[in-house]
Design a protein around this ligand. Structure first.
Ligand code: CA2
Length: 148
């Protein structure tokens, strides 16, 4: 049975490719989804790919990961990275590997972006590679799943 991994995206990432290309590039979220599916296929993984502008909905999806017995999570919590203890708590309940992704290098931007609550409970963090970071995250996640 092929394993499933979730790729979850936080607020405003639905706008990807339409504004601020100098920071986030020109790829749309649909392009990112394709990138993730291609990367996952290489490792025999199935992807559930979602985006929400609502904190509670993201938490519901994180809880779904356990119920659905998914093998791992790649998450770009976007602005919630820097504010959400509730998302941190939800991730902390998982016993599968979690990779946090940021398109931009959050350490080279405003001070408030340098702290991510999610990083405390992620097994690894990928940031600053543009949208290609999602593919890198899936490759790393696949290696962790194979090892665990
Ligand atoms: O670099 C990232 O991936 C971020 O998670 C993106 C978040 C930001 O709050 C984080 O600090 C870093 C913002 C996502 C907003 O996405 C947009 C995309 C295109 C146009 C406008 C917003």
């Amino acid at each position: 049975m092929p394993k499933t991994v979730y790729v979850l995206n936080g607020p405003n990432l639905n706008l990807l490719g339409t504004r601020e290309p100098e920071i986030y590039g020109r790829a749309t979220l649909a392009d990112v989804e394709k990138l993730c599916r291609t990367a996952a296929e290489r490792h025999g993984l199935i992807v559930v790919f979602r985006q929400s502008n609502h904190e509670g909905e993201i938490i519901d999806w994180i809880q779904e990961i356990r119920r659905e017995k998914a093998a791992g999570l790649v998450i770009n919590p976007a602005g919630y990275s820097h504010t959400s203890i509730a998302i941190l708590d939800a991730i902390a309940t998982l016993d599968v590997p979690v990779i946090e992704v940021h398109i931009s290098n959050i350490h080279a931007r405003e001070q408030f972006r340098r702290r991510s609550y999610v990083s405390q409970v992620a097994r690894a963090v990928v940031c600053g590679f543009g949208t290609e970071g999602y593919a890198l995250a899936i490759t790393g996640l696949a290696a962790m799943i194979a090892k665990d």
